[in-house]
Structures are given as C-alpha cells and as structure tokens.
Design a protein around this ligand. Sequence first.
Ligand code: ADP
Length: 274
Amino acid sequence: MSDSANSNMNENNLPGIQNVIAVGSGKGGVGKSTVAANIAASLAIEGAAVGLLDADIYGPSQAKMFSVGGKRLMADEEKNIIPLKSFGVKIMSIANLVEDGQALTWRGPILHGTLTQMLKQTLWGDLDYLIVDLPPGTGDVQLSLSQLISVTGAVIVTTPQEVALLDVRRAYTMLRKTHIPVLGIVENMSYYQLPDGSKDYIFGEGGAKTFAEEENVELLGQIPITRAMRESGDGGKPLVLAQPDSPSAEALREATRTLVKQIRAQNQMSLPIL
Ligand code: ADP
C-alpha cells in the first residue's frame, strides 16, 4: 500500500511518513500498548508499510510484544538508527535505546531530545503509518510530540469503568489543547464472552459509547477481555497474528478498518479501504 497524499504538508512532517497516529489513554493498564501493537500488526497484514514507536517511557512493552526485547539497535555511518523489524512492522522502542527504568526520571529537555532522536534520527523509510505508543495520562511526551511533528490524529484507549472514563476526558482535553485531532476511542476489556455466546459486561456497559456520543468522536471498537489477548502479549506476537480467528482479534481488525476510514475522512484523501 502506498499513498502519496497527505493533508499535513508542512515543515513538521517526517519525510516519507504519510500518517502519524498516536495511541494514548487516560491511565495505565487499560490495554493501550496491546491495542497499539495490534493496530500496527493489522495494518501490516493489509499490506501497509508500518512503523511503531514506543514512547511509553514509564512502561515500554512493544519490544516484548514483538519479540525484539534486548536486541541491540544498529546505526548507519551518519549515526541514524536502523529500526528493528518484526512481523512486518518497523519498531523503535525506548526499551532498546536505554537501560530498563532509566527514562523514568526524565522530564522536559531530555525527554524532548530523546523523542526527537527516536522520531527524526530513525531510518523509518517510506511509511504509510507510524503508530506512536504514548505514555498513559497527560504529560511531557504528549506535549513534545505535538511540538515536534504533525500528528495526523490520536486514538484513545479506555476500559468501560466510570473511573477510567474520567481520565479519558482529561486525555481528550489535553489532545484537543495540543491540536491533535482525536480519530476515535477504543473500548478495551468491554465484556467477557461466556461459553454460551452471551456477553458479560463485567466492568459496566455503555460508558465509552456515551463519551463518544457526547464528544462526537467515533467509537472505533469494543474489544472483549480474553485469555488469548493476555497470552499473546506475553508470548511476543500480536493477537491478530497469533490467533487471528479469536473474537478479540476480529474486533481489533474491525477497529483498525474503522480507524483507517476515519484517517481517510480526516485527510480527505483516497487511502485504499482495508
Ligand atoms: P497499558 O499499555 O494500557 O498499560 P497493556 O497493553 O500493557 O496496558 O495491557 C495490560 C495487561 O492487560 C497486559 O498483560 C495485556 O496482555 C492485558 N490485556 C490487555 N487487553 C486485554 C484484553 N482485551 N483481554 C485480556 N487481557 C488484556
């Protein structure tokens, strides 16, 4: 898949990268990184050129989710970093750049400098999509990202509980303030599918839908809580590849298709429909 059209034709664009999609959440533990990994893998399955930047300095997990944890990054003669590649996705993670936990204390300028390096000194090549896994909440990384490059839009991941949705509102407000359009919301761990096929809404029902309606953003998908999803994260292969026929994988593929439609609408351009 290759697309030359991009609405963000300004100096903050990364050369060769058509769309930058940030994946954020109001708080940690809602499955943001898992959803980001599966969006990236779903796009790659469809033939798109995809990069994944793990900017979650508080808990980088993409290297593990793509089985490239502990791999050393190589640089070319101009000291540009060559990203790792796994399951068709180019990966650059803070976990491969610095020792575990080192980035936790970073603030302001150091964070900004490192993010700049990860974005601009990485040999991404031509990409249809660069997915950026943000830290949870609202903070320096989100701010830096919006200052450094044109972000096509953001996806917010949440769980159905009301407390999680309060945090979503904060994340949403911050993204709006930094002029990053919100492309949609993914509700993760929406329900547990019982053996008879019925759905048990263990964390409550309808919260993300109500939020989406109130704020006029797209509800991209509702992903069930499944053992397969947890196992795939630990197993180092995104669920859409590890167990493509599982209910969570199908919901993630569908959410990705809806996301592409949103990006397309946003860019007012003709991206091929997945
Ligand atoms: P976050 O990035 O929001 O902190 P993670 O993506 O790291 O969250 O997910 C937290 C944990 O929950 C991981 O162990 C992950 O495998 C698991 N998980 C995420 N989504 C699901 C789901 N739908 N069903 C079961 N386990 C899930």
